[in-house]
Design a protein around this ligand. Structure first.
Ligand SMILES: NC(=O)c1ccc[n+]([C@@H]2O[C@H](COP(=O)([O-])OP(=O)(O)OC[C@H]3O[C@@H](n4cnc5c(N)ncnc54)[C@H](OP(=O)(O)O)[C@@H]3O)[C@@H](O)[C@H]2O)c1
Length: 276
């Protein structure tokens, strides 16, 4: 595949190393003076965006003008909303897989969290919470992954209506979900979702050791896009993971934990990426 990675930070470099490692052609483009020239995207099969939230829309506009129709968007904290991005993609007949976290393990965590929220929902003594820890330099907080986990809890749990507002003094309301961020050291990502009752705590935790799981999922998303024509617009990573694990392609957010079909999914070879 001929690819461009937009973003020359730790994630962009890790994705580029993963692509090079399996023999794909890759060019990394960092922050442009104004916007990326459309000519740079001529003949490109897939664009990977791991840049900054305010770069997603102009990056997409340049890529579409340059003729690329497949995008893997891992950048978080977009300034343009998903509805607008999806409409632009559809207008050009282009498809993107977008996810705040391309780790297959985090995708599984999200599904487990959803199921746990349904199960604990009728038990008000079990209060859910989210904690995430990332390296000191991470630009956004809470992480896009923590927001996605929170979105799934709020959708599934009848006792929680919104994320707690930390700017407001005083204790959180009962229907507020506590979401806390730690920015220290060099952690590439840790997320915990807990359910705390007076007598016990249940925690679901995923700790990233390096960026290789994100790269694994981003490359799988690119392969999924390249495999066959996909519906123009935005796709979630759930669709890619469903295929990997051999589940029928339905939106898992509409159902709690479902059983696999037993059919083998597509192979997902490990990737080696250097730590930045
Ligand atoms: N989906 C996932 O699995 C996943 C996993 C980890 C991280 N992420 C997200 O991926 C993004 C990148 O992560 P990171 O840790 O590498 O962040 P980072 O350290 O902030 O690096 C981003 C890089 O992109 C550059 N940039 C800014 N605008 C650009 C543009 N329009 N085109 C190309 N490059 C541009 C930045 O340059 P300047 O320094 O000049 O701004 C910077 O070098 C973040 O949004 C992060 O939250 C996603």
């Amino acid at each position: 595949m001929r690819t461009i990675v937009l973003g020359s930070g730790p994630m962009g470099r890790a994705v580029a190393a993963g692509l090079e490692g399996r023999g794909d052609d890759v060019t990394v483009l960092g922050r442009p003076r104004s916007t990326h020239p459309p000519g740079a995207f001529d003949g490109i099969d897939v664009v990977f965006d791991f840049s900054r939230g305010d770069g997603v829309l102009p990056n997409l506009a340049s890529g579409l003008a340059g003729g690329c129709r497949r995008y893997v968007v891992g950048t978080t904290a977009w300034t343009a909303g998903p509805v607008k991005i999806g409409a632009i993609l559809a207008q050009y007949g282009a498809a993107a897989v977008a996810a705040a976290n391309f780790s297959p393990g985090v995708n599984m965590l999200a599904r487990l969290v959803e199921s746990a929220s349904y199960l604990f929902g009728p038990l008000p003594a079990y209060d859910p919470y989210v904690v995430e820890w990332h390296r000191r330099g991470k630009a956004d907080r809470p992480s896009g992954t923590a927001l996605e986990l929170s979105r799934r809890i709020l959708a599934a749990h009848p006792g929680k209506a919104r994320i707690a507002d930390h700017a407001r003094p005083g204790a959180a309301e009962a229907d507020e979900l506590e979401v806390s961020s730690v920015r220290a050291g060099s952690s590439p990502g840790m997320h915990v979702v807990g359910f705390d009752a007076p007598g016990e705590t249940l925690e679901l935790r995923l700790t990233a050791r390096d960026r290789s799981a994100y790269v694994l999922g981003a490359l799988a998303a690119a392969d999924w896009l390249a495999e066959e024509p996909r519906r123009p617009g935005l796709h979630g990573f759930d669709e890619v993971v469903d295929q990997l694990v051999g589940l029928p392609g339905t939106d898992p957010s509409s159902a709690p934990l479902r059983r696999g079909t037993g059919r083998a999914g597509r192979r997902m070879d490990p990737v080696a990426v250097p730590m930045a």
